[in-house]
Write a protein that binds this ligand. Structure first.
Ligand SMILES: Nc1ncnc2c1ncn2[C@@H]1O[C@H](COP(=O)(O)OP(=O)(O)OP(=O)(O)O)[C@@H](O)[C@H]1O
Length: 255
C-alpha cells in the first residue's frame, strides 16, 4: 500500500506543530522519521494513522483518503506496558487485534502461531504479558500489530524502552518482517544510527515550527547487518549527515 501525505499540517490551537508536509512512501518501502524533540514526528505519524485529524491537507492510502483509523494499518507505540492487556494471555492479546476481521477460529489460531514464531515467541502464547521481559513484551506488541496482516505498519519509537542488545534484535526483526510480510513501514525514532540502519529513506524534521527539511535516500546494501552495515564508510557518512541536520538544521536547510 502506498502512502501519500499531501500538504499535511497540524495546529494545536494557536501553536503550529507541523508546517504543510508532502511525502510519498511506496509499497514495501521503509521510511524513518527523525528530528529533535517537539518537531512533530508523533503528530505526523498519528495523522498518517488516522488517529489525529489534520488541520490542513490529506493522507491517502493507495487512492483512498484517510479520515479515521483505516483498515490495513497497524500502529506500534513505545509504551508496550500500556498497550497490552495484562489480564489476557499473549494469545488472547493477539486475537483481540483481529476481532474486526471475524476470521474462522482455526484461521485465527494458525495466524497467531505463525506471527508468534515470526517474532521469536513460539510457545509463549499461554503466558501473560507481565510474565515476559520488556523486550519480549515489545515483541508481543509487534506480533499483535501483524496479526491483522496490515499493509502499513506505523511505529512510534517502538524500541526506546528496551536495552541496547534487545533494541538491535528488534531492529533486525522488523527488517526481516518487512521482507516476510511486504508491509510499508514508517518508524519514528530519536536514534540517528537506527534511522539510517533501518531505512530506505530518512525524513529529517526540524522544530519551531515542525517541518520537513530533508528526505535522504539510504543507498546502503541489503540485507543490512548490525556489524557489516555499521562499519561501512557510507554508513558513517549518512549518519554524520543526519546528525548535523538534527543538531544544526539552520546551517543545512535546503527547502
Ligand atoms: N495534544 C496536544 N496539544 C497541544 N500541543 C501539542 C499536543 N501534542 C503535541 N503538541 C505540541 O506539538 C509539537 C509537536 O509534538 P510531537 O509530539 O508531535 O513532537 P515529537 O517530535 O514527536 O516530540 P518527541 O520527540 O519529544 O516525542 C510540540 O511542540 C508539542 O508540544
Amino acid at each position: 500500500m502506498d502512502i501519500t501525505v499531501d500538504g499535511l499540517a497540524k495546529r494545536y490551537g494557536e501553536h503550529l506543530a507541523l508546517e504543510p508536509v508532502s511525502i510519498k512512501i511506496g509499497q514495501g518501502e521503509f521510511v524513518t522519521i527523525v528530528g529533535p524533540s517537539g518537531c512533530g514526528k508523533s503528530t505526523l505519524l498519528m495523522m498518517m494513522a488516522g488517529l489525529l485529524a489534520p488541520s490542513e491537507g490529506v493522507v491517502r492510502l493507495d487512492d483512498t483518503p484517510v479520515d479515521g483509523p483505516p483498515q490495513g494499518v497497524s500502529v506500534v507505540f513505545q509504551d508496550y506496558g500500556r498497550s497490552l492487556f495484562p489480564w489476557l494471555t499473549v494469545r488472547r492479546n493477539l486475537a483481540m487485534a483481529a476481532v474486526a476481521q471475524k476470521l474462522p477460529r482455526p484461521v485465527l489460531e494458525a495466524r497467531i502461531e505463525r506471527v508468534l514464531a515470526s517474532v521469536g515467541l513460539a510457545g509463549q502464547g499461554a503466558k501473560h504479558p507481565w510474565q515476559l521481559s520488556g523486550g519480549m513484551q515489545q515483541r508481543v506488541a509487534i506480533a499483535r500489530a501483524l496479526v491483522a496482516e496490515p499493509r502499513v505498519l506505523l511505529m512510534d519509537e517502538p524500541f526506546a524502552a528496551v536495552d541496547a542488545q534487545t533494541r538491535a534484535d528488534l531492529e533486525d526483526l522488523v527488517l526481516r518482517l518487512r521482507d516476510e510480510y511486504g508491509v510499508t513501514i514508517a518508524l519514528v525514532t530519536h536514534d540517528i544510527d537506527e534511522s539510517v540502519y533501518l531505512a530506505d529513506r530518512v525524513l529529517v524534521l526540524a522544530a519551531g515550527p515542525g517541518r520537513l527539511i530533508r528526505d535522504i535516500a539510504v543507498d546502503l546494501p541489503t540485507p543490512r547487518g548490525q556489524l557489516t552495515t555499521k562499519r561501512l564508510p557510507r554508513f558513517a557518512d549518512l549518519r554524520a549527515e543526519v546528525f548535523s541536520l538534527v543538531m544544526r538544521p539552520e546551517l543545512q536547510e535546503v527547502r
